[in-house]
Design a protein. Structure first.
Length: 271
């Protein structure tokens, strides 16, 4: 059996506090590369299977980067977006919709022409993903930058797996993102896929909020309990990650296999 590739160091996350942000609300005029998108909705196809029977696709206009507003790298070039609502797993429970986005890699870079540090950060995101997909490491020892940027810091990553789709490949995982130190709840997980087409032209982003019954819906702590929790936080995160890694696809809602099948069915076929 083939041995997994060694762990690799990724470039520093673009959220790093060492990266300066231009002051003020000034926004550069967007280039044609950022505002025009070469694909139509009909040139992207995928099969949601039993996840949903209704998919809404749109061509979204470019949204300028605003250096005075979070999150970092908050602009988006013109792109395609598909959203769908999974059925409720139980009465009174709603899972937020899944979102599939297709970006032009040249459009992502064009968003930050004129912002030197931001352009370097975007290049690190794209090149970092390309390095991961080339080397396919078994373990990645620092947070994975994702597009579009996620609110919060990556505190946990589990269920990491490489997937191929019709014209490329990517990495999927179950992540947890937070700004605070607190217990992870059953509705705070998100399935994330980040991929690139083999020709390097398109960046694929797919996210779907998840539920799991192996974590509590609430976890109130007293002041004393919270202090003890904070003291053992890293141990707690390792334990939860191991717990999630031991779950099969049915341990999550929606089922991870159904989400993987959607990704694998993706076809990007310009005419």
């Amino acid at each position: 059996m083939a041995q997994p590739a060694p762990a690799i160091d990724l470039p520093e996350s673009p959220e790093s506090s060492s990266i300066g942000r231009p002051p003020g609300p000034y926004v550069l005029q967007l280039s044609d590369v950022a505002t025009e998108f070469p694909l139509s909705l009909e040139e992207v196809r995928f099969e949601p299977g039993p996840l949903t029977d209704s998919v809404q696709g749109q061509r979204r206009a470019a949204r300028p980067y605003r250096p005075d507003q979070p999150p970092y790298l908050n602009g988006e070039p013109s792109h395609l977006v598909y959203q769908f609502q999974v059925p409720s797993p139980a009465a009174g429970i709603t899972v937020p919709p899944g979102t599939l986005k297709i970006y032009s890699v040249s459009g992502l870079r064009a968003m930050y022409v004129g912002y030197r540090q931001e352009l370097q950060a975007m290049n690190r995101v794209i090149n970092g993903l390309r390095t991961i997909l080339t080397q396919r490491p078994f373990y990645i020892n620092r947070p994975i930058a994702v597009l579009p940027p996620v609110s919060g810091d990556e505190v946990l990553r589990s269920q990491m797996e490489y997937l191929r789709f019709g014209e490329g490949s990517g990495l999927r995982f179950v992540g947890v993102y937070k700004y605070d130190v607190s217990p992870i709840l059953s509705n705070e997980l998100v399935y994330i896929f980040q991929g690139l087409t083999t020709d390097g032209r398109y960046y694929v982003s797919f996210s779907q909020p998840l539920l799991t019954s192996v974590l509590p819906a609430t976890a109130p702590l007293t002041a004393d309990q919270y202090d003890a929790f904070v003291a053992e936080y890293e141990t707690y995160l390792r334990r939860v990650a191991q717990q999630l890694n031991l779950q099969d696809s049915n341990g999550f809602f929606p089922n991870l296999t159904l989400l993987d099948n959607l990704v694998r069915s993706l076809r990007i076929q310009p005419r």
